[in-house]
Design a protein around this ligand. Sequence first.
Ligand SMILES: CC(C)(COP(=O)(O)OP(=O)(O)OC[C@H]1O[C@@H](n2cnc3c(N)ncnc32)[C@H](O)[C@@H]1OP(=O)(O)O)[C@@H](O)C(=O)NCCC(=O)NCCS
Length: 178
Amino acid sequence: MFAGDKMRVRAIEKSDIDHVMKWVNNRTITQHLLAFTLPVSRLAEEKWVERAAIHGDADKFFAIETLQGEYLGNCGLHGIDGINRHCELGIVIGQEKFLGQGYGQDTIRVLLRVCFDVLNLNKVFLRVFSGNIRAIKCYENCGFKQVGRLKEHRFVDGAWNDEILMEVLRADYKQANS
Ligand SMILES: CC(C)(COP(=O)(O)OP(=O)(O)OC[C@H]1O[C@@H](n2cnc3c(N)ncnc32)[C@H](O)[C@@H]1OP(=O)(O)O)[C@@H](O)C(=O)NCCC(=O)NCCS
């Protein structure tokens, strides 16, 4: 387990399914997430949780919980590339009552530590919808820089969103955290 100031990441367990079902069909949470355009069934999520509970070489999924053990959401490192030493970061704080309280930033700082100090990666990147202002601010606070923008790339609830590409390089992370 990897801990931050107010949360930790741990392996996803089959028993997390009830927590996950509470947010996967909540548009407040999922409106900016790629995989949740249509309603999601319990069966589909059960299959996802079973896969996510076992780390693959390229994809690692985690649950996020408070230091007291209350489930907060999920996060993951995707497309881990051992030659080019980069991966894509994904995160969702699934409980509305915990949004905007610093748990996202704490989690991302923990994930960056894992990426650079445990997995020895050189770069972490992510994609975020331009309408997801809270997420962009959260990522910028953690050292991500905007490096690209795909115009009108995602159609979200009746409106086009640009997709913004953000990244943190190992050298910049090390300089900021030395
Ligand atoms: C994106 C997400 C992980 C961020 O985590 P969080 O715990 O809610 O965010 P944090 O509290 O750590 O940080 C949010 C920052 O944005 C700021 N913020 C929040 N709403 C804002 C707004 N409307 N405009 C500008 N800044 C805003 C906060 O003040 C805070 O910055 P600060 O610490 O400098 O004050 C979380 O909101 C989430 O999971 N949302 C739903 C799923 C999602 O969008 N995932 C990301 C997909 S790319």
